[in-house]
Design a protein. Structure first.
Length: 395
């Protein structure tokens, strides 16, 4: 069912790799700029209020071939909304949960309830306090089995279940280990809401190896797969020849959550100062290459740029310290940021298609194991940008 779409998306991403694999933040010249100067000129002419950190323009309004890239990206990124049962959390179950998490759990459970109530128990993977698993288990009248590595969260989850007189067993385990995998079996209805990288991958692999009655997984944080190559799970995905590296996987999670003018201003200053520092280090080190630098405290943004640069150089253990010449690089960093955000908007077209490629890879893994699989959105992006859900059960 998913192989044809996955293969087509593999071919499209491979054909356009020069648009999404290079990082404008790290590379001062991109091959596509020389090949399509009309696209670069259109981007550079955009007003600053139309494109800035946290603000993306409508690239479908641009010249060809940019408009075609945007239309194709939207088509490849499209996922259907999953049918769902109307479901709302009871006030007691929702107590203490942020509104967005309440919306995510209610939508997840509503989508999961559309499939037959198979399995002797609900297995909540990377459960935290077990809010998701407890809610679904209560709706199905099944006991809860939870896997969570944090002992304090397990204790809190047990207390919540005890207070509601709900049968539950919490296992304090690393979800990537064999003890957790052994809990996955034909009697389990396994669920995972935003288990990161290797963690949701471990559940899917265990479901394939040990069997499962039913599965509902909303993946998250593909960039936390270690090594990055382990993010591709299916045989079909590995055969495609598309092997995203760590920077490619970061692209999926590229969009920062920025609220208000003050947040956007802080983000712009952070990026401009990093870019200015990068231009300085290239000149000071005599190597025109990007150097990865660690994060810095937000309080440093209150310093002047020269002091920031001195502290940043020490933080990165650079052998050369900035001198008086560093002040000129602050203005250069802001100028470079204007160019970077415009080129990065093109790269951003491929963030959701690449995420869909990873989702199809996981759907394909489950299909290769003989499971019946559905893939779609379980909630709007306003509730979470990671709003895709894999539903699977034994055929």
């Amino acid at each position: 069912m998913f192989a044809d779409r996955h293969d087509a998306l593999s071919r499209w991403l491979t054909a356009h790799r020069d648009l999404w694999h290079p990082r404008p933040f790290a590379e001062r010249a991109l091959a596509w700029e020389a090949a399509h100067p009309e696209v670069a000129a259109w981007l550079d002419a955009l007003p600053d209020d139309a494109v800035s950190p946290g603000v993306a323009p409508d690239l479908a309004l641009g010249p060809e071939p940019l408009a075609t890239w945007a239309r194709e990206a939207a088509a490849h990124a499209a996922l259907p909304d999953l049918p769902a049962m109307p479901f709302a959390l009871q006030p007691r179950a929702a107590r203490g949960l942020p509104g967005r998490k309440q919306a995510q759990i209610a939508a997840f459970v509503g989508a999961a309830l559309r499939s037959a109530p198979s399995g002797d128990h609900v297995l909540d993977w990377c459960a935290g306090k077990g809010h998701l698993g407890r809610t679904l288990a209560g709706a199905l009248g099944r006991p809860l089995v939870a896997v969570e590595w944090d002992a304090a969260l397990c204790d809190a989850g047990r207390a919540l279940c005890d207070a509601q007189k709900q049968p539950a067993t919490f296992h304090t385990l690393d979800a990537r280990g064999p003890e957790a995998a052994a809990l996955v079996g034909p009697d389990a209805r396994a669920v995972a809401l935003h288990a990161c990288g290797d963690l949701h991958g471990a559940l899917l692999r265990a479901a394939v190896t040990h069997g499962v009655a039913a599965l509902a997984v909303a993946p998250c944080c593909y960039n936390r797969a270690v090594p990055a190559e382990s993010a591709v799970l299916s045989a079909g995905g590995r055969a495609s020849g598309l092997s995203p590296d760590a920077d490619d996987l970061d692209l999926v999670h590229r969009a920062p959550v920025v609220t208000g003018p003050a947040g956007r201003a802080r983000l712009a200053q952070t990026l401009a100062w990093r870019l200015g520092f990068d231009l300085w280090q290239r000149a000071a080190m005599g190597e025109d290459t990007y150097r990865r630098m660690p994060p810095f405290p937000e309080t440093w943004l209150a310093l002047d740029f020269a002091e920031f640069a001195r502290r940043f150089a020490a933080l990165g253990a650079l052998s050369t310290a900035p001198g008086a010449e560093i002040t000129a690089f602050e203005k250069a960093g802001h100028a470079r940021l204007r160019s970077v955000v415009r080129r990065d908007a093109v790269r951003g077209l491929f963030a959701r298609p690449l995420e869909v490629w990873l989702l199809l890879d996981r759907a394909r893994l489950l299909e290769e194991a003989g499971l019946e699989v559905h893939l779609g959105c379980f909630c709007p992006e306003t509730a979470t940008p990671r709003n895709a859900l894999l539903l699977a059960r034994r055929a």
